[in-house]
Write a new protein. Sequence first.
Length: 346
Amino acid sequence: MSDDICRTDYSTDIVVIGAGAVGLFSVFACGMLKFHCHVIDTLESIGGQLTTLYPEKPIFDIPGHPYILAADLISKLKEQTVPFHPTFHLGQRVEQLQSQPTGHFLVTTVKGTRIICRAVIIAAGVGAFIPNKPPVSGLEFFEGKSVFYGIRRREDFIGKRILIAGGGDSAVDWALSLLDIASRVIVIHRRSKFRAAPNNALRLQQLAQAGRLDLVVPYHLHSLEGRDGQLKAVIVTTLDGKRKRLETDVLVSFFGLAQELGPIRKWGLVLDRNNVVINQETCMTSNNGIFAAGDIAIYPGKLKLLLTGFAEAARAAHSAHAFIYPDQALHFEHSTTTGVPTLKSE
Ligand SMILES: Cc1cc2nc3c(=O)[nH]c(=O)nc-3n(C[C@H](O)[C@H](O)[C@H](O)COP(=O)(O)OP(=O)(O)OC[C@H]3O[C@@H](n4cnc5c(N)ncnc54)[C@H](O)[C@@H]3O)c2cc1C
C-alpha cells in the first residue's frame, strides 16, 4: 500500500459525494450490490435541495406516490439506507478527488477527512450549498467555535446564550426549537416582519411578548467581541446608527444558501457548463471509476427529475460493480428475488 493509503482516516468501497435524494438512493443501489458507502455533504443535514429549498412542498411525480412531501421523501430514502450502515460525513465539502497508483481513489474534505475507496459516485446536484455569510469582519476567527451557519446537534447548545440572526424559516424554527434548552435566545433581524411560516412567526412574537426570548428588530449585525474563538458579545445597529451590545455565547446566522460547483471544476472531469458529462450507458464520467448521477450529471436529452436521478444511481452502482470486479459477471436480479441484504457495519 502507498503512504497515502496508510495515512487515510477511512477505507470503503464507494464514496458518494452529496447526501441529497440521489446520493441517498445511491447508497441503497450500492448496498443492494453489497457495497459499503461513505457519504459526504457540505450541509449539516441530509436531503440536498429537498430539505433545503422545499421541505414542505408536495412532489407529485414520484412513481407510486400520488404525492409526497419533499421532507418525507428524504426520511423514506434515509430509512432505505439503514440496512447498509452508510457512514455520513456532514458539514464538510469534498475538496480533492485523486486517483491513486493502486487504482483506488483518495477523497479529501475541507476538514481534512481522507477516505480511500474503490469507486466514487458524484451526486452533487448543482453544487455544494454554501452558507451566505453576514458582512461582518473577523467572522473566520469564531467560525466552528462560537459562530455557526447551521445546527447539527441541538444538544451542543444546552445552557448557552444563543443569538440567532435571520428572518426566514430556519432562523425562526431554530429559535423556537432551542428555547427550552438554551439559557437565553435572542433573535435579530433587519426587518420587523419575519418571512417564516405564519404560525411560527406569530409564535415567536408571542413568546417575545411573554418575555421568553428577545426579539431585536430591525437591527443588523455590526461587529463581534471575543477572543480565542469564543464570542463575548455581538454589536448590532439600526440603519440610522442606533447601537446595542448583546452578550452571547454563540451566534448562529441563517442568511440563506448559495450553490456553487466549486472544487469539482478542478477534478479533471469533462464538464458542460455546471454539469459533469457522463456516458448515459454507464453513468461513468470521463474518468474511469468515477460516476455521476442526479442533477450534476448531463448527457443529451437529460431530464432533471428525481426519477431520472434514481435510475442513474442504480446504473452507476452496477457500473461501479463492473469497474471494481472486471472479471466477475454480475447476474442481474430483482429485489423481489434478492430481498434486501444487510451489510455488517464497517
Ligand atoms: C423548488 C423545486 C421544486 C422541485 N420539484 C421537483 C418535482 O416536483 N419533481 C422532481 O422530480 N424534481 C423536482 N425538483 C428537482 C429535484 O429537486 C432535483 O432533481 C433533485 O434535488 C436532485 O437531487 P440530487 O441529489 O442530484 O442533488 P441535490 O438535491 O442538489 O443534492 C446535492 C448535494 O450535494 C452536496 N454537494 C455538492 N457539492 C459537494 C461537495 N463538493 N462536497 C460535499 N457535498 C457536496 C450539496 O450540498 C447537496 O446537498 C425540484 C427542484 C426545486 C428547486
